[in-house]
Design a binder for this molecule. Structure first.
Ligand SMILES: NC(=O)c1ccc[n+]([C@@H]2O[C@H](COP(=O)([O-])OP(=O)(O)OC[C@H]3O[C@@H](n4cnc5c(N)ncnc54)[C@H](OP(=O)(O)O)[C@@H]3O)[C@@H](O)[C@H]2O)c1
Length: 297
């Protein structure tokens, strides 16, 4: 198949694009930074220089492809509207990348017993309402085989042009810089996690056989941030992790990251990916990965 992937120089998009190439597909990938064209080309992806703001380019690429995968942004509505308009009525597949912070709370390091699967109703925080609305817009796209993959915290080394994911390497870099590994508040908040190789496998599976209107959470296990930060401290040879007061974390990282990525609970269950698509993830432990593979510097 001819597949157009946005975010081809990124962690998720680069990994998915590389796996598609290995599977024999012809992949064109959106790249906004000219300095990254070579790295993307070396993975076997044909880079297309441009940004999500270039809706004419997105339309052209979507119409020329057999399927589109958006992994550049979970939140860019105009770009998605352009892709959906270009694909409308074609029956082609569109996989949109979302993130499980759509169910995140504002616990700032405290635990929660709320667990969500694809059928659990929820009211997103105001900051996440636009992302949820965008997911629903994609799922309702007319005449498009629309799929939303809602990833939890992804760990592992990227399989394409970008090796690092946003959360854990960022926490590790902060710990490395300051000499102190910190979790938000008491660090008892829990996130579901999943390895990038299992994520990429699910994108290929969904491309192959997900019916129109499929929404899937993506996880294979869960861990508290306290445990993950503890493992980072051990990996980096630092002392015991310390609590990061909410106001300081927000000032250092910004509200989106401190509250919704690192301080919240986001406990999801990937029932649909397993039961409908037959997804069988093989990596089980983020703590093992931190302990053996997380880059130390
Ligand atoms: N990683 C996770 O654990 C995770 C989990 C759930 C959801 N998500 C969401 O999934 C999306 C992708 O995540 P990621 O981890 O793959 O991020 P990433 O590594 O930063 O990759 C995003 C890629 O998209 C490109 N991009 C961003 N905005 C663009 C624009 N306006 N025009 C053209 N290209 C653009 C970036 O280009 P540059 O290389 O030039 O920056 C980058 O290559 C994000 O919205 C993220 O919030 C991520």
């Amino acid at each position: 198949m001819k597949i157009f992937v946005t975010g081809a120089s990124g962690f998720i998009g680069g990994s998915v694009a590389s796996r598609l190439v290995l599977a024999g597909h012809a992949v064109r990938g959106l790249v906004r930074d000219p300095a990254k064209l070579g790295a993307v080309r070396r993975t076997g992806v044909e880079p297309v220089l441009g940004t999500l703001d270039d809706t004419a380019l997105l339309s052209r690429e979507a119409q020329a492809a057999d399927a589109v995968i958006n992994a550049a942004s979970s939140d860019d509505r105009p770009a998605i509207e352009a892709i959906v308009a270009a694909l409308a009525g074609s029956g082609k597949a569109l996989i949109h990348t979302s993130g499980s912070s759509i169910v995140a709370d504002e616990a700032m390091g405290e635990p929660s017993d709320r667990i969500f699967d694809e059928d659990t109703p929820f009211n997103p925080a105001p900051e996440k309402a636009a992302r949820v609305a965008l997911d629903r817009f994609v799922l309702a796209a007319p005449g498009v085989r629309s799929i939303v993959l809602c990833n939890s915290l992804i760990y592992g080394t990227g399989l394409g042009a970008e090796p690092e994911s946003a959360q854990l390497p960022r926490l590790a870099a902060e710990a490395h810089k300051t000499g102190i590994a910190r979790h938000i508040g008491r660090g008892r908040n829990i996130w579901s996690t999943v390895h990038i190789a299992d994520v990429a496998a699910l994108y290929l599976l969904a491309l192959d056989k997900a019916p129109a209107g499929t929404f899937c959470f993506v996880e294979n296990g869960e861990t508290s941030f306290g445990a993950m930060v503890g493992a980072i401290a051990t990996r980096l040879g630092l002392g015991a992790p310390q609590p990061w007061p909410a106001e300081q974390a927000i000032a250092a990282l910004g509200r989106q990251t401190a509250v919704f990525s690192l301080g919240s609970n986001s406990r999801v269950r990937a029932h649909r990916a397993r039961s409908v698509l037959g997804w069988a993830p093989t990596y089980g432990s983020v703590l093992d990965w931190i302990g053996t593979e997380l880059p130390k510097a």
